[in-house]
Design a binder for this molecule. Structure first.
Ligand SMILES: [Zn+2]
Length: 178
């Protein structure tokens, strides 16, 4: 998936956890960043297209990789976000990274999620790497979950978004792909 959908889905997961108002912004910052984090491997493009094609969607897109990534991020964030415990930060980062893998699974690039145990390709190919419908549903759900009167209903809003996306992929899969 594209970076905006990844970041917004990370924020949406954070909203679904209904954080206390005093740590809400920081919680959403952490899950939004974690929603993008596995794509840090795109920095490999600095070493050339060959390296990028070899590394993108590999190590940081595995179960082992997201645990390592979440530990690193939680360790770094703990220095600045002192109101959130390390365990809480770790959980938030794992949630954000996990939703990233889910977003990539429905697109085109195969993921070796079980590496190094297995190199089996996991991919559903329900749509392209960018999909207007998925982006729109995620952004609207995120916006709605941020409205004052609806913040406590975020889990229901997420459930509605999942149902909408399920219907989309059943009836017109990939229609909004680009
Ligand atoms: Zn990715």
């Amino acid at each position: 998936m594209d970076p905006i959908t990844h970041i917004c889905s990370g924020i949406l997961i954070g909203q679904g956890l209904r954080p206390q108002p005093s740590v809400r912004r920081k919680t959403l910052l952490v899950t939004g960043l974690a929603g993008f984090a596995p794509d840090f491997d795109a920095a490999s493009y600095l070493w050339g297209a060959d390296v990028y094609l070899r590394l993108h969607h590999t190590y940081t897109h595995t179960l082992v990789g997201i645990v390592v990534l979440a530990l690193l991020l939680a360790g770094l964030e703990r220095r600045w976000l002192t109101e959130l415990s390390f365990a809480r930060l770790l959980g938030l980062n794992l949630a954000g990274c996990t939703i990233h893998l889910c977003g990539d699974l429905i697109a085109l690039w195969p993921l070796h999620i079980l590496w190094p145990v297995s190199n089996h390709d996991f991919v559903l190919q329900w749509t392209h790497d960018f999909d207007y419908v998925v982006l729109a549903v995620v952004v609207v759900a995120m916006g709605l979950s941020e409205v004052d009167g609806f913040q406590h209903r975020a889990p229901w809003i997420i459930a509605g978004a999942v149902l909408l996306l399920a219907a989309y992929f059943i009836f017109i899969p990939g229609w909004g792909g680009a």
